[in-house]
Ligand binder design. Structure first.
Ligand code: 5GP
Ligand code: ZN
Length: 114
């Protein structure tokens, strides 16, 4: 998707502070962090949102969550704890139309998030 900011990060057209990359997933620090650790974990394939996930993507979704676990270990928030968030659609607060998972940690997170 030529006008998608996360596709441009995947293709290295625009820079990002990467924390992880493999053939299917890229992860980088959020440009406007809301916690000491705020990483976005993104499939390289352009999929708009959770609404667009099909059964064929089950393995990819599982892989993303294993990546999240590894990144949490690497950034030393496994023991203290962390939150994984997917915003889906307008009322879910999604602002970038390429599915992504926020990994948040490094401080006490409140719940409900509001
Ligand atoms: P959403 O609101 O869609 O769940 O999350 C989008 C996130 O992407 C936001 O937290 C926002 O700060 C982040 N973001 C938007 N544009 C960029 C960018 O160009 N680079 C990085 N690293 N993060 C971005
Ligand atoms: Zn995209």
């Amino acid at each position: 998707m030529s006008d998608c900011i996360f596709c441009k990060i995947v293709s290295k057209e625009i820079p990002a502070n990467l924390v992880y990359e493999d053939d299917h997933v890229i992860a980088f620090h959020d440009i406007s962090p809301t916690a000491p650790v705020h990483v976005l974990v993104v499939p390289k394939e352009h999929i708009e949102s959770l609404n667009h996930i099909t059964h064929e993507k089950k393995e990819l979704l599982g892989h993303i969550h294993l990546c999240i676990k590894e990144i949490a270990e690497k950034l030393d928030i496994s023991e203290s704890g962390y939150r994984v968030v997917n915003n889906c659609g307008k009322q879910g607060g999604q602002t970038v139309g390429h599915i992504h998972f926020h990994l948040l940690g490094g401080r006490q997170l409140e719940w409900p998030a509001g």
